[in-house]
Design a protein around this ligand. Structure first.
Ligand code: UGA
Length: 440
């Protein structure tokens, strides 16, 4: 640990070079701390050393490049060496969902074991990955159980709230920093690490910090499912969900964000965190029926979207369908739990020819749809050529600027299914398109 100006600099080990870990590692380095980012995927580490990013995230590459060059950010594939070298260890490994909905915490235990093995001086181990409440207690128990000598350590929870596609911005300008700590020493270290960021800090115990993360993600997912349920009523009653959410959002108590109706939420966070929160609540003795409904509504939106198209096209078999936008949201190439996956599968099951285009997720989608009757197009116009329906499933900016006159000429039947309510319905209808929105 060195001292520079008023801000204490720490030697930080970040375990996991995924979305949370790599962004945190680059940003901690940018704050002036010395950072080693470790991952057990040696290929990924070697690529990172050559400045090849494992995923697309705006602003990340220049930050990694700059801090590698400064010698302040390094990459390693040795967990033991990283833990030995660092005083502060952030755990940012994956906590993927298991078939029963619970989070798989094997990778977290593995890090706890490694900390115990290498505990030769005081260290603080901080959970950054999203984990169910009481995981910190298990991490602590594991280190106690397996450490070789009575060297002091702390466990803390510092959940990450960054969004994919805006991750670097979110790191430097967070709405809040949550610190779940059990000792004044842990609190002091974490406060110092973040001292140059201007954000309210919520200091609490570890269980509460862990719960804040699940509660926050589940609440946002609930907001989306709520407006999606309202969008269904709008469809039935002939009302416009866009205006409903605009007016609702103007009420400061409700807030405008996360009120966009559409094919629902995807990604590696909301679906898995809602499930994991349902699971841990039940385990603790509370049946979180409300969240089960949030999930059900979300799953149903994808099927509902396909049903709407079926109503227009009648028989899907043999029809040509273009899908524009595959990633679970714009500005990312992440396809995990993306609505597009289920929707494309549903079209294929019905016997449609599917042609897809996404500005960033071609590689990821290619792996997912390998061996399936899915054709990849190099641009949106190639994708729509000869199609009976054009679906929009991700609200990429470039789609809003498309030449719809050209699309009209290129398509066989002029049906637009807007799964994100991102297009000007009136304009398209005037141009002679059939327009399907979600609740409008
Ligand atoms: C989410 C949270 O927003 C972050 O705060 C959190 O740190 C992160 O999960 C995590 O736990 O790691 P992220 O999954 O990157 O971030 O994506 P969001 O921007 O939250 O969007 C999630 C999904 O909801 C997307 O599929 C998006 O299309 C959908 N969505 C969002 C809607 O359908 N409607 C909306 O109004 C907003």
């Amino acid at each position: 640990m060195e001292q520079k100006g008023h801000i204490k600099k720490y030697k930080i080990g970040v375990v996991g070079a995924g979305h949370v870990g790599l962004v945190a590692a680059a940003c901690f380095a940018e704050l002036g701390h010395r950072v080693i980012c470790v991952d057990n995927d040696a290929g990924k580490i070697n690529s990172l050393k050559k400045l090849i990013m494992p995923f697309y995230e705006p602003e990340l590459e220049p930050l990694v490049r700059k801090n590698i060059k400064k010698g302040i950010l390094t990459f390693s594939s040795s967990l033991d060496e990283t833990i030995k070298a660092a005083q502060v260890i952030f755990i940012a490994v994956g906590t993927p969902p298991q078939p029963d909905g619970s989070a798989d915490l094997t990778a977290i235990e593995n890090v706890a074991q490694a900390v115990a093995r290498n505990l030769d001086s005081y260290k603080i181990v901080i959970e950054k990955s999203t984990v169910p409440v009481q995981t910190g207690q298990k991490v602590k128990e594991t280190i106690y159980r397996y450490r070789k000598s009575n060297v002091d350590f702390d466990v803390a929870s510092n959940p990450e709230f960054l969004r994919e596609g805006k991750a670097v911005y979110d790191f430097f300008y967070p709405d809040r920093i949550v610190l779940g700590v059990e000792s004044p020493r842990a609190e002091k270290i974490l406060k110092e690490i973040y001292s140059s960021l201007k954000a309210p800090m919520v200091i609490t115990d570890i269980n509460t910090a862990e719960l804040i993360k699940h509660a926050s993600n589940s609440f946002l997912a609930a907001k989306i499912s709520f407006i999606n349920a309202v969008s269904r009523i709008c469809d039935l009653a002939g009302a416009d969900v866009e205006k409903v959410s605009l007016a609702m959002g103007l009420d400061k108590r409700i807030g405008a964000q996360f009120l966009n109706a559409g094919v629902g939420y995807g990604g590696f966070c909301f679906p898995k965190d809602v499930e994991a929160f349902i699971y841990i609540s039940k385990k603790l003795g509370y049946e979180f029926g409300f969240l089960k409904e949030v999930k059900r509504i979300n799953d149903e939106q994808r099927r509902y979207f396909v049903e709407k198209i079926k109503e227009h096209l009648w028989i899907i078999k043999g029809k040509k369908i273009a899908v524009l936008g595959l990633s679970f949201k714009p500005d990312t190439d992440d396809m995990r739990f993306a609505p597009s996956v289920d929707i494309v599968e549903a079209f294929l099951k019905e016997g449609a020819y599917v042609r897809v285009y996404d500005p960033k997720a071609k590689k990821e989608a290619g792996e997912l749809f390998r061996g399936k009757r899915v054709e990849f197009a190099g641009n949106p116009y190639r994708a729509v050529k000869g199609c009976d329906c054009v679906c929009f499933l991700t609200e990429w900016e470039e789609f809003k600027k498309l030449d719809f006159k050209k699309i009209k000429v290129l398509t066989r039947y002029h049906l637009i299914a807007d799964g994100r309510n991102m297009l000007d319905a009136q304009k398209l209808t005037k141009m002679g398109f059939e327009y399907i929105g979600m609740g409008r």
